[in-house]
Design a protein around this ligand. Structure first.
Ligand SMILES: [Zn+2]
Ligand SMILES: [Zn+2]
Length: 205
């Protein structure tokens, strides 16, 4: 069986050893994937254990269990991102806009855009140099069904190494979170290359 986190590996070769405590994720992405798989399989102790100590203090298994109740987590998409660029959508939209501007504006706007790109690169470098190897961000979209409806949770999460282990600290939700309508004939969100209606839509019951 393909892993719940939608990697190309099986659950046994992917997230299960982490959830069982047999091995440790060696990247934030692996930890994030395994936490998703833990939600999908209702392993709430693992969810709790992989929060940072600070966050664990304010959480309980009961909280996690009750807040997860009713949601059937069925697919995960990890976004390939540069830590900084993913957080600065204003820069991206500015550059995109300038591409679409009419020709007579092109000189001004391209000068403007170049300035902006340079600034973005500087900002990116600053952010990167502020980050050390012990913190990172991962952006993902997780999909779930609840009361027969489909939802997405799009988050950029902060991960920190504590005692040599990657831990989830917190995350910022993107504006497109919430109930979605997804075309039944579209390629499935899980990346299986099947149509949605022939794949994960079948899990909506
Ligand atoms: Zn996995
Ligand atoms: Zn699918």
């Amino acid at each position: 069986m393909r892993c719940y986190c939608c990697s190309s590996k099986s659950f046994k070769e992917c997230c299960e050893p982490f959830i069982k405590g047999e091995s440790l994720p060696h990247s934030a992405e692996q930890l994030m994937r395994s936490r998703f798989s833990a939600y999908a399989t209702a392993h709430y102790h693992y969810i709790l254990d992989t929060y940072t100590k600070e966050k664990q203090q304010a959480l309980s298994i009961e909280d996690l269990t009750s807040s997860a109740q009713g949601a059937k987590w069925f697919a995960l998409k990890v976004h390939p991102t540069l830590a900084a660029s993913s957080l600065d959508s204003t820069v991206n939209s500015f550059v995109d806009d300038s591409v679409n501007k009419p020709l007579n504006n092109s000189i001004n706007s391209s000068v403007y855009a170049n300035t902006d790109v340079e600034e973005a690169t500087d900002a990116e470098q600053n952010t990167k140099s502020n980050l050390n190897d012990n913190t990172t961000v991962v952006e993902f979209t997780a999909y779930y069904f609840e009361n027969k409806s489909m939802y997405q949770l799009h988050e950029t999460s902060n991960f920190i190494v504590e005692d040599g282990k990657w831990r989830y600290h917190d995350g910022e939700l993107h504006e497109d979170c919430g109930k979605i309508k997804y075309g039944r004939n579209l390629p499935c969100v899980c990346g299986s290359n099947k149509k949605f209606k022939q794949c994960c839509a079948l899990k909506n019951r």
